[in-house]
Write a new protein. Structure first.
Length: 346
């Protein structure tokens, strides 16, 4: 009896296992193509795909199939002049649905010009007609991805919209058939301060030497003294002028800090400055622990008027930082002047 029960159990277990082995959970529906939401540095914004390119030269837009092709698949696309953004639905569409309140419709345009800002590159498996702004490419049998080749001619800060269209044998997957291709500008400014009328209260002033004198505003500059008239005389400053938090983007190749610096008296120009940076707030207690971007630098007679200085801070790309300008390591000159502080990406 025990043997019979054991045999029945083995048979039942075999049937269950064989049933699991035969189950196929792969997608069995019709073929579609769409813009990839993950490959090739592409992502999603609202209901469309987006890619930003910050490098002049050859690039590509990735298109993927819903499932691996069993034959060659033709992909049709068009670079359109405009789309419509439905603000109430956070959706981009080619045509405004009937009955839509016009107050919730924004028209967005392709601003980049083919042949001036970029060129679509074609080959054996692709074609493009600039006159109609329509093109096609072939994804070979057994493949999953296809690419629209784009040659970016220059950084302009412009964009163009690509819309996938149905082909005779395959349809575009409408929810993911629109891509905004963004061309990075020549420069992206993350921070700028000119000190035209004041030192804004978003900046922090630290009198580390404790003499009661600090950075102050004077004639469209932030200034700090190494000599004070009115019977005060020579000073030995260690004054920090600390920026507000600067959020540096990650899309550009390089990040630069520029600023204008000069001496208050061309006859006594030997003012010294240092530039430091920190990802944490710079305070009276920790200011000497900040990372040095440029160590003590002495001015000379050539700094009688503003000179622009540049420091590469690419290593801080994608980070949030505080930058401080330090006046010190000098005495009995006159004063140092600072203006036009910029942080930008290239």
């Amino acid at each position: 009896m025990k043997n019979l029960l054991y045999i029945n159990f083995v048979i039942l277990l075999s049937l269950l296992l064989s049933g699991c082995e035969k189950e196929d959970r792969t997608y069995q529906g019709p073929q579609y193509y769409e813009f990839s939401a993950f490959e090739n540095r592409q992502g999603t914004v609202s209901n469309i795909l987006q890619k930003e390119n910050n490098r002049v030269g050859l690039d590509s837009i990735c298109i993927q199939l819903i499932k691996t092709s069993t034959g060659n698949v033709t992909v049709n696309y068009e670079i359109v002049q405009k789309l419509y953004y439905l603000t109430d639905k956070d959706n981009y569409v080619e045509e405004v649905p009937a009955g839509t309140d016009i107050s919730v419709v924004d028209t967005v345009f392709s601003t980049a010009v083919h042949g001036q800002d970029y060129v679509i590159v074609t080959g054996n498996n692709s074609s493009f007609t600039p006159g109609t702004m329509k093109g096609s490419l072939t994804i070979p049998k057994g493949e999953y991805f296809g690419y629209i080749q784009v040659n970016m001619l220059k950084k302009t800060g412009k964009n163009f919209y690509v819309v996938l269209k149905d082909s005779p044998d395959t349809k575009a997957n409408k929810p993911t058939s629109i891509l905004n291709y963004k061309i990075s500008p020549d420069k992206i400014y993350y921070f700028t301060e000119r000190f035209l009328t004041e030192i804004p209260d978003t900046w922090t002033l630290i009198d580390k030497d404790g003499d009661g004198y600090n950075w102050e505003y004077y004639k469209s500059h932030a200034t700090s003294d190494s000599y004070r008239s009115g019977g005060v005389g020579a000073l030995t400053p260690e004054n920090y002028l600390v920026s507000p938090l600067i959020n540096i983007g990650s899309t550009m190749d390089k990040v630069m800090l520029t600023f204008d610096i000069s001496a208050g008296d061309e006859d006594y120009p030997e003012e010294n400055y240092r530039v430091v940076i920190s990802e944490s707030p710079i305070t009276l207690a920790n200011c000497r622990e900040a990372t040095i971007l440029r160590d003590w630098t002495e001015l000379d007679a050539s700094y009688a008027s503003d000179k622009t200085e540049t420091i590469d801070i690419t290593q801080y790309k994608g980070k949030s930082v505080y930058i401080a300008f330090v006046h010190g390591n000098c005495t009995d000159c006159y004063y140092i002047r600072l203006a036009n502080v910029n942080v930008f990406g290239l």
